[in-house]
Design a protein around this ligand. Sequence first.
Ligand code: SF4
Ligand code: SF4
Length: 303
Amino acid sequence: MRRPAPPSSVSDRKREPPPGAVDFDAELSVLADSAAFYYRDREAAATGTTPGRLIGEAFERTAAIADAAERGASSKHVTACRKGCAWCCHQNVRASAAEVFYLARWLRVHLPADELQALSAHARDSAARLKSMPQPQRALARIACALLDPATGACRAHEARPMLCRGQLSLSAQTCQRAVESPGENRFEPLLEAIHGAGLASMSLELEFGFLGGGPVSGELTAMLAVALTDATAEARWSRGENPFPRHNEFSTHLNSRMARMLAAAWARLADERHEDAGETADVRAAAMKFLRETTGADESLH
Ligand code: SF4
Ligand code: SF4
């Protein structure tokens, strides 16, 4: 089977979207790249390159996508965001396994042992509190993230924070405060361009490492971090194809079907752009279907 062309940069294919609009062309290109990286990383892992190194490279590449979306939104709007304003760190954050293992490794390197131990205990307690709640209540629990430093209101792992944290931008701190203080009646209203770019970056990373852990793995950050920090075997088990995270922390299967649809569109676009020959296009489409089945379990047509 012919392998897909190596990923070219997103900016090569990017068209300028209207102000405020979601740039679907760029989104599809990012997802198409994640599919190509999936094959490259899987081959590298099979030849002994450690997933930790691959994850480090992929995290930095993907964080650049989320950070560019954040900078783009910041340059167009006057946001209320500043260091120490942390209402947005009181919500359930979705993260992929690769983000969580990257974060856990960063924390082990950068935090003193006593702080790391306290953080692990905090994450475990928060995860247990969330687990005891039914899902609708959990979504509105507004528990402070274990990584939030209560003394400064800053993130203790700013450099290694997950993608979706990078997309939290708001025009109004009062809106964020109301979402925490009266969660039943109010919600966070992040700037769409930033949060969309961050979600895309997270999804792309999840797909890129879909060959580990038995498929794409994501869930609530605190519950996953509690596992990554306290179970020394978790990352190795994930690398061997297990999902070491508790199933209850997963968000929904809706995401997988959205991923499948987005990927189908991304790969169809990739095939059209890069392979004019009909035979080559059929090969790329066949590779796309295989990728979809392997990563999402979906069996949708590429139309
Ligand atoms: S998103 Fe809201 S809570 Fe977070 S820094 Fe911005 S204004 Fe503050
Ligand atoms: S990881 Fe950092 S930025 Fe994200 S919710 Fe936690 S404290 Fe906030």
